[in-house]
Design a protein around this ligand. Structure first.
Ligand code: OGA
Ligand code: NI
Length: 362
C-alpha cells in the first residue's frame, strides 16, 4: 500500500457541519474556478436522458424483446446514460433504503465519526476523494461500503444505526446486483458477443465487485460557486444510481453542455463506466457527469458501482477488434486503474483517455 494512501493529508471537515454552522459564505476550498461553476436555474437545459421500459427486455415475444434491446443499445451509444423503469427491483425496498440513508446522515456527528474512513480502502464515512494536500473540495459527504465479492464484505463497517440499515443494504444490494447481471447480458448481446462475455471478462458472478456509495449533499449557502461532485466518469463497469426523487442534482455532459437529469419516480439512472468503455473498445463510452447543489434542500443519492474483479487485466474484447478497429486501450487491472482516482480525486475523462497513450491524469 502506498504510504500516501494510509491517511488524509489534512484534518477532514464534514460538509454537513459546515452547512449546519450557518455560514453565509463557503470556505475558499469549496469555491470552483469560474469555468467550472454551474449555471443554475438554466431551465432551457432540462432535457431528459432516454427512459427505457425494461418490461419487454426478457419478454418471450421476440419482436418486443428486440425492440427493447435496440433501445438500450442506442442509449449506450448515443448517451452513455439512461433511466430504466420496470427494472424488477422492489419499489418499497428502494424507498426504504433511501430513507434509511437519510436517517443515517441525520444522526449526530459523533455517531457517524465512528465510521470515519481513510484513503486506504475508502470504506466508511468520508468527505473527500483524493489525497492531495490543499486540493479543491466538493460539497458532499458520503458513506462507502463493499457489497461484493463476499471476501470483501465486512458488515461491521456498515452502519449499525439505524437498526434496519444493514439488512436493507443487504437486500437492496442483492437486487441491484441481479439487475446489473441482466444488464451485462444485454450489453454483451448488443455488442454482438456471447451473452456471458462481459461478465466473464469481469471475473464471473462470484468475483465481480460491487460497492455502494451513499452520497449526501447538504444545503449550500452559495450553490452557484461550488459543486456537490466535480466532473468525472465512473471508473468501474457501470453505475446504478437511485437519485433523490425530490431534488434534481445530477448533470450529464452532452455535446459540451451540462444537462440536468430529471429523476422519474421509481426509476434508476444507469451509466456506462470506464471499464465497459475499455472492453467494448469505445463502442460504448463512459460520460462525464457532475452534481450541483442548492440552498434549500439536502439531497441523498445511492450509487451502486458494479466493477471487475480488481486484479484481472482488462483490455478490449478480442472479438470486437479488426484491422480497422484495433485495440484502443492498453491492458490494466482495476486495482491499478482506481489507484489514480483514489490519489488524485475526480478528473473528468482524463484517466480513461490516458490508457490510450502514456500519460497520467493530472
Ligand atoms: C457518483 C455520482 C451522482 C449523484 O457517485 O459517482 O456520480 O447524483 N453520483 O449523486
Ligand atoms: Ni459518478
Amino acid at each position: 500500500m502506498m504510504k500516501s494512501l494510509q491517511s488524509w493529508p489534512e484534518p477532514v471537515t464534514r460538509v454537513q457541519s459546515l452547512a449546519a454552522s450557518g455560514i453565509r459564505a463557503i470556505p475558499e476550498r469549496y469555491i470552483k474556478s469560474p469555468s467550472q461553476r454551474p449555471l443554475l436555474n438554466n431551465d432551457a437545459q432540462e432535457v431528459n436522458v432516454p427512459v427505457i421500459d425494461f418490461q419487454n427486455l426478457f419478454s418471450s415475444d421476440r419482436g418486443l424483446c428486440e425492440e427493447a434491446l435496440r433501445c438500450v443499445h442506442n442509449a449506450c451509444r448515443e448517451w452513455g446514460f439512461f433511466q430504466v423503469v420496470n427494472h424488477g427491483v422492489n419499489h418499497e425496498l428502494m424507498k426504504r433504503t433511501c430513507e434509511v440513508w437519510h436517517e443515517f446522515f441525520n444522526l449526530p456527528l459523533e455517531v457517524k465519526q465512528e465510521y470515519a474512513n481513510t484513503p486506504a480502502t475508502y470504506e466508511g464515512y468520508g468527505s473527500r476523494v483524493g489525497v492531495e494536500k490543499g486540493a479543491s473540495l466538493d460539497w458532499s459527504d458520503y458513506f462507502f461500503l463493499h457489497f461484493m465479492p463476499l471476501s470483501l464484505i465486512n458488515k461491521n463497517k456498515w452502519p449499525a444505526i439505524p437498526a434496519s440499515c444493514r439488512e436493507l443494504v443487504d437486500e437492496y444490494g442483492s437486487e441491484v446486483v441481479r439487475l446489473c447481471g441482466k444488464l451485462m447480458k444485454v450489453f454483451s448481446m448488443n455488442l454482438g458477443l456471447e451473452e456471458d462475455s462481459l461478465l466473464n471478462a469481469f471475473g464471473g458472478e462470484e468475483n465481480v465487485g460491487a460497492c455502494l456509495r451513499a452520497n449526501y449533499y447538504p444545503k449550500c449557502p452559495q450553490p452557484d460557486l461550488t459543486l456537490g461532485l466535480s466532473p468525472h466518469s465512473d471508473p468501474g463497469g457501470m453505475t446504478i444510481l437511485l437519485p433523490d426523487e425530490n431534488v434534481a442534482g445530477l448533470q450529464v455532459r452532452r455535446k459540451g453542455s451540462w444537462l440536468t437529469v430529471k429523476p422519474i419516480p421509481n426509476a434508476f439512472i444507469i451509466n456506462i463506466g470506464d471499464q465497459i468503455q475499455v472492453l467494448s473498445n469505445a463502442i460504448y463510452q463512459s460520460v462525464e457527469h457532475r452534481v450541483i447543489v442548492n440552498s434549500n434542500k439536502e439531497r441523498v443519492s445511492l450509487a451502486l458501482f458494479y466493477n471487475p474483479k480488481s486484479d484481472l487485466l482488462l483490455e478490449p474484447c478480442k472479438e470486437l477488434l479488426t484491422k480497422d478497429q484495433p485495440a484502443l486501450y492498453k491492458p490494466m487491472t482495476y486495482d491499478e486503474y482506481r489507484l489514480t482516482i483514489r490519489t488524485k480525486g475526480p478528473c473528468g475523462k482524463k484517466q480513461v483517455e490516458s490508457l490510450k497513450s502514456p500519460g497520467q491524469c493530472n
